[in-house]
Write a new protein. Structure first.
Length: 453
């Protein structure tokens, strides 16, 4: 769920822009979770600070690439990673990636040239412990996380992606080197909204690991698309009157303006600002008068900004009309590139049809609940730790045991992140990867033994 793109206005400031490949992002992990369901799940807090040394891809396991069918007759590539020791059949873990055209390595391509591949890191850890791993390219996607079949990619909806994941699981357990009685599914980001459905069809799944998750896609989106951009605005209300005036925005200071645009996020960049120049070389020069509905020269955060953000969220599957209605006239040509052809309209429409707590409902409805580990970064700006905690609390109130681990100072990909508005740093950190490995090793162990026995 994690490909990043940038809004290209003034060349000196390039804060994040909502990706055309997904809208399911931009969430805060630092807010406290209210207890909505009575009982609160026990929280296992990670170390106070992230480790500084990133895990490097590489290892001694062997791999095997395979082709297999997804739903609708689409073919994709999968990869088995096997331990370097032990005797098959091996316990195995299926990895389901985040949103966008994401490949089997979950390759993340940042605009600054940084390449991250969290699934390689996770696979290295699990194969080191005697477990096999199966991971696959999402429909229509090829390494390095690019669209190679536009029609296949455009056909995705949540039911289609669940069916794809089920076929990937079937391919995994059909391998004679895999022990079909000792399996787990690990979903990251969007993958964490798909994984809970698999035990309905495959009740023998022993364990689920959900990384960067929450109550459900729409609960996550409501925070990212409305609340978080408003939180980003609040520090710039210098006189505390609940409105942003021209003097509150550092238009003449390029460095400070970068910080401002990063904190107001995509929604603020689309709707709050007036631009000069022609696309794509736009320069923010003032506040957008279209939002100043009472004509007082300021933009009120609750009565003038929030309704626009809520309208954008309500139309996230097809947001261009909202952009054209409220944004500065210079913005729609750029927005067309982000939200026009190639935008995942059907996918987001399928998520909009879901209840806010869809993931909770799915898990609570499982007839034979597997063991469950929930993992989040405390500074996750895409799937907030608060929503992950609500998921665990809701399960606890229904008697569904889970383990939840919130890692201070870590991001949506469990890399260092100073706060919810800061950029990601380094790779997925070794500590969480080790603890996920510890948990899965225990969950998939033979009775009285370890997974290698």
């Amino acid at each position: 769920m994690i490909q990043r793109q940038y809004w290209h206005g003034n060349h000196e400031s390039k804060p994040p822009l909502l990706s055309r490949r997904r809208a399911l992002h931009h969430l805060a992990g630092a807010t406290a979770a209210a207890t909505l369901f009575g009982r609160r799940a026990p929280l296992i807090q990670a170390e106070a600070a992230p480790e500084a040394t990133p895990v490097q891809p590489g290892g001694s396991s062997s791999s095997e690439e395979v082709s297999f069918a997804l739903s609708g007759g689409i073919t994709t590539r999968g990869q088995f990673d096997y331990p370097a020791y032990g005797v098959p059949p091996f316990p195995a873990v299926l990895l389901i990636q985040g949103s966008g055209p994401t490949d089997r390595h979950e390759t993340i391509l940042d605009p600054d040239g940084v390449v991250r591949q969290p699934f390689i890191q996770i696979s290295n850890e699990l194969t080191r412990r005697g477990m096999a791993v199966f991971r696959y390219d999402k429909r229509g996607a090829c390494p390095p996380s690019t669209i190679c079949d536009a029609a296949a990619y455009a056909a995705q909806t949540k039911p289609v992606l669940i069916a794809d994941a089920e076929m990937a699981y079937s391919r995994m357990v059909a391998n004679p080197r895999i022990d079909a009685n000792r399996t787990a599914v690990l979903g990251h980001s969007e993958g964490s909204w798909l994984a809970p459905a698999l035990p309905y069809r495959f009740p023998g799944i022993r364990a689920l690991v959900l990384i960067g998750t929450g109550l459900g896609p729409m609960h996550v989106l409501s925070f990212s698309q409305v609340t978080l951009p408003l939180l980003g605005l609040a520090p710039f209300d210098l006189d505390g009157d609940g409105a942003i005036g021209p003097g509150d925005v550092p238009f003449t200071d390029p460095i400070a303006m970068v910080n401002f645009q990063q904190r107001i996020r995509v929604q603020g960049q689309l709707f709050m600002l007036r631009y000069e120049g022609t696309a794509p070389d736009l320069r923010p020069v003032g506040l957008n008068p279209r939002l100043d509905t009472n004509g007082d020269g300021k933009i009120d955060m609750l009565t003038e900004v929030r309704p626009v953000y809520e309208a954008f969220f309500a139309n996230i599957a097809a947001p261009l009309p909202i952009v054209e209605r409220y944004a500065d006239p210079a913005v729609p040509p750029l927005a067309q590139a982000a939200f026009g052809e190639g935008f995942d309209t059907e996918l987001y429409a399928s998520y909009q049809a879901l209840p806010l707590d869809d993931t909770l409902r799915t898990l609570r409805g499982l007839p034979e609940p597997p063991r469950l580990l929930i993992v989040n970064g405390a500074n996750d700006d895409q799937t907030p730790a608060s929503s992950a905690q609500l998921l665990a609390d809701g399960l606890a109130s229904a008697g569904f045991p889970s383990t939840i681990r919130i890692y201070p100072g870590l991001s949506h990909i469990l890399s260092p992140q100073a706060d919810i508005f800061a950029p990601y740093g380094a790779e997925m950190q070794p500590g969480p990867i080790r603890e996920i490995g510890d948990w899965l090793e225990e969950a998939l162990a033979r009775e009285g033994g370890d997974p290698r026995s």
